[in-house]
Design a protein around this ligand. Structure first.
Ligand code: HEC
Ligand code: HEC
Length: 206
């Protein structure tokens, strides 16, 4: 009798320990779901500070798993809110469309395929290495985005245009398959980016 009780107690302790491990493994912060409106930043008189604050808010989108999963620092995109390495192993290949034998479009169609949980877009491909954001600070992402040598030779207006019209960006708000969408709306994100440019496109420190 006594040994059975002990065994139950031991099993219980093991379960609690395992649960603690699982809790520890989860990312601590849940991604934000809303954005502050760009207009609410107009009270910051100093343009440099205003630009930095607007970009910091926009970074709730830029640093979201929906975006970073496709802007990895290595050859392999990442998946899910936990940004784990893409399964199966796929690589960027010569042009971001994957290796010839396992191109992105082998699995990713022109639209989300929710039955199988595979996201899609006609241009599904990984962002070039020069646009890698994985592991970067908000300030470093900001410097990357405004550098024509690394941003696909875009002007600041070109960046605002990209983030409000590109279908891969817009996918972040309609990712399908039960995925967490990027916060706010694409229009609100566009206003934050436009406000940042209008205030001089200064970057947050760090
Ligand atoms: C063998 C099939 C297959 C190939 C090839 C493939 N993928 Fe995927 N990919 C998937 C599946 C399935 C998922 C959904 C996994 C999930 O959400 O758990 C996925 C998810 C993703 C995601 C994550 C979306 C998110 O935010 O969670 C990204 C990014 C991605 N793939 C990029 C690519 C890129 C870029 C390529 C080409 C270099 C590629 N994939 C090639 C099957 C594939
Ligand atoms: C399926 C992959 C994919 C997803 C998802 C994705 N991107 Fe990209 N992104 C790309 C590719 C590819 C390019 C390069 C396209 C080009 O230069 O024309 C790019 C380029 C960019 C650029 C322009 C250049 C630069 O300096 O970075 C911005 C800004 C950008 N993406 C923002 C976003 C945002 C914001 C999200 C999430 C809402 C996002 N992307 C999600 C693939 C992706």
């Amino acid at each position: 009798m006594r040994s059975a009780t002990l065994m139950v107690a031991a099993a219980l302790a093991a379960t609690i320990l395992t649960m603690a491990e699982v809790t520890k493994a989860q990312p601590s912060a849940t991604p934000p779901s809303t954005l502050r409106p760009a207009a609410s930043f107009s009270s910051i008189a100093n343009a440099r500070d205003r630009a930095a604050a607007l970009f910091q808010e926009a970074a709730k989108v830029l640093q979201h798993p929906r975006c970073v999963n496709c802007h990895p620092r290595g050859d392999r995109p990442t998946q899910t809110d936990r940004m784990r390495p893409h399964e199966p192993l796929v690589v960027r290949g010569a042009d971001g469309h994957g290796a010839p034998a396992l191109a992105c479009k082998t699995c990713h169609g022109d639209a989300n395929y929710d039955v199988a949980g595979v996201p899609g877009d006609p241009h599904w491909q990984v962002a070039p290495l020069s646009m890698a954001w994985e592991g970067l600070s908000v300030g470093a992402i900001c410097e990357q985005i405004k550098d024509p040598a690394r941003n696909g030779n875009r002007s600041l207006a070109g960046i605002v245009d990209h983030v409000t019209t590109d279908s891969l960006v817009k996918w972040g708000w309609a990712p399908g398959g039960g995925r967490t969408p990027t916060p706010g709306t694409n229009a609100e994100f566009g206003e934050l980016m436009r406000g940042w440019v209008d205030a001089g496109a200064h970057c947050p420190a760090g």
